[in-house]
Design a protein around this ligand. Structure first.
Ligand code: ZN
Length: 564
């Protein structure tokens, strides 16, 4: 069965796809079903889907989209359903779809265009988003929408800042454009920085800060004031406070996105970092999208989730997606008969049925968790263990029979125990309550449109990264320098999580508390047994599968040593 871009096809359809691909290029006939995702470009694949449905395939449609047809459609419905009306030709309405089997385009569009016959053409999902976005940005708000805003303005509540309509105030338009572009390019952060002779902004995408875009220096104070005003903060504080934190919400095609704002006063002015807490990215499920772990990892993760009481810790540096995975685990554990509480700063992902509490200051931690325990929880998610108080409370909750999920800042899974010790927790206490020590990284994936094949790993890289000589002849792929239009010239597109899991069994727990084994020795022992998922092995698996390159792996995992 073929899996492609989170779509799964049954045996019958998979067979039809393979025949269409082989007709197009006989070489495809040699691929097994699980190689299709890596070896076939989206263009060829969608072309095959079109063919077996008797439809035409158009690789580019956004430029041909007639914006007036979108006036009676909700962009959210189009975006979710992955379809877009394109144009009217005679008595036919041409509609671009990314899923030729979906009945949604007919159901939604037939009542809106009753006189017309629907003609579907197949294109890439990214083309459909591009069509919807290009049309929606150009159209701007209607008269009635503007009037509605005036009425709401008298209201005291803070409205979402809409970044996908036109603003008459130039500063608002600048900020809206910068933020909309950030969402579009899947940025995690936006930086605004004043340096000696330049003022610029830049996006962080897939972990890397991209190129800097200069803004006229004279705008720096107005931009600063605009953002503070957006959060209803007095602009006077910017000269006195060394650091200012805040939050606001933007609306991107009616989708709310929370922004966490941090501003540092610097010698030359300021440095603002805005983190985009895009809920559509956070809302991922285990085994899909960014969390498409291999079967071995999913199996071990499921085992960990079945532990009735104790602490499960996810470690990794900032930006390694720790809380994304914990939130996905919570979604899996979420049942009507289970009482789940979370204590986060900020709340990143609201799940129906789960009680989320947001921590406004570190001082609230202790009273919050105390009142937590009285409300009879089964599972507790604590945002982070950062001090002795949070560490002890996690242990206390585990001892009293709760399942506790939390994160900690350490690079390796085995260092979790040492980190608790550094915070002042005795070794035996953590050894007896910790049930699983996990470490996570996000690895950049190669852009499928421009990745370049290489016959194997060079001798230099094999020696640097401790790879045996068999890698000299394993065909791999690497990022094309300069990339292509599809990956915004980066050579990479998206990231995937890899996970290391060290389960602490009763026997291990006993050995750890008695000091018979050190956490590091335990990690090495588990690596040598080779049964549990680990970062290095998972990274190399992605390399072997042609999904990433050695540079992307070496960036997030220390490959310069091996204990195996
Ligand atoms: Zn590319």
């Amino acid at each position: 069965m073929i899996d492609y871009d989170s779509m799964s096809f049954n045996e019958l359809i998979s067979g039809q796809i393979m025949r269409a691909l082989t007709d197009h290029d006989p070489q495809f006939g040699e691929l097994s079903h699980d190689q299709v995702a890596n070896r076939v470009t989206r263009y060829c694949f969608m072309g095959a889907l079109a063919k077996i449905n008797g439809l035409s395939f158009f690789p580019k449609v956004a430029e041909f989209c007639d914006g007036s047809l979108h006036a009676c459609c909700d962009p959210t419905v189009l975006t979710r359903g992955l379809f877009s009306p394109l144009s009217i030709t005679g008595d036919k309405l041409i509609v671009a779809v990314a899923n030729p089997w979906s009945p949604l385009p007919e159901e939604y569009l037939a009542p809106r265009f009753p006189e017309l016959e629907l003609v579907k053409v197949v294109t890439l999902a990214s083309e459909i988003s591009r069509a919807i976005e290009s049309v929606a940005t150009n159209s701007g708000p209607s008269r009635s929408e503007l009037e509605a805003i005036d009425v709401e303005d008298s209201d005291d509540g803070i409205r979402d800042f809409d970044v996908t309509t036109e603003h008459s105030e130039p500063m608002a338009q600048l900020v809206a454009t910068v933020m909309a572009e950030a969402v579009k390019s899947r940025a995690s952060d936006i930086h605004f920085k004043v340096e000696k002779e330049s003022f610029y902004y830049a996006y962080r995408v897939d972990g890397d800060i991209g190129h800097k875009v200069e803004i006229p220096m004279k705008l720096k104070d107005r931009l600063d004031a605009f953002l503070l005003n957006l959060m209803k903060l007095p602009t006077e504080i910017r000269a006195t406070a060394p650091g200012i934190s805040g939050r606001f919400t933007i609306s991107y095609f009616h989708r709310p996105i929370d922004i966490r704002y941090e501003r540092h006063r610097t010698y030359r002015g300021y440095h603002i970092t805005m983190r985009l807490l895009d809920k559509s990215n956070i809302n991922v499920t285990l085994g899909k999208g960014t969390l498409a772990f291999d079967e071995e990892t999913l199996f071990e993760l499921n085992k960990v989730m079945k532990v009735p009481a104790g602490i499960i810790v996810m470690s990794g540096p900032t930006g390694s997606g720790k809380s994304t995975t914990l939130n996905a685990i919570l979604r899996e554990l979420n049942r009507p008969d289970v009482n789940i509480l979370t204590l986060e700063n900020p709340v990143e992902d609201e799940v129906p049925g789960i009680t989320h509490c947001d921590l406004k200051s570190p001082k609230e931690f202790k009273p919050m968790i105390a009142s937590f325990m009285r409300s009879d929880p089964d599972i507790i998610l604590m945002g982070e263990v950062r001090d002795i108080e949070s560490a002890e409370l996690a242990i206390e909750a585990a001892v009293t029979g709760h399942k506790v999920l939390t994160t900690i800042h350490t690079p390796r899974a085995s260092q979790i125990i040492e980190r608790f010790e550094q915070l002042g927790v005795e070794r035996w206490k953590i050894a007896q309550t910790l049930k699983a020590a996990c470490a996570q990284r996000l690895v950049k994936l190669l852009c499928p449109y421009c990745k370049e094949a290489a016959p194997g790993i060079s001798e230099h890289d094999r020696r640097t990264f401790n790879l045996d000589d068999s890698w000299a002849s394993i065909p791999v792929f690497s990022a094309k320098s300069g990339g292509c239009a599809e990956c915004r010239n980066s050579g990479y597109s998206g990231r995937t999580a890899i996970l290391e899991i060290i389960p602490i069994t009763p026997k291990t727990s006993d050995m750890l508390s008695k000091g018979e084994i050190s956490p590091y020795d335990l990690e090495i022992k588990i690596q040598q047994e080779g049964k549990l998922p680990n970062l290095r092995r998972s990274g190399l698996r992605l390399l072997r599968e042609g999904k990433t390159d050695i540079d992307a792996i070496a960036k997030v995992i220390d490959m310069t040593y091996t204990d195996e």
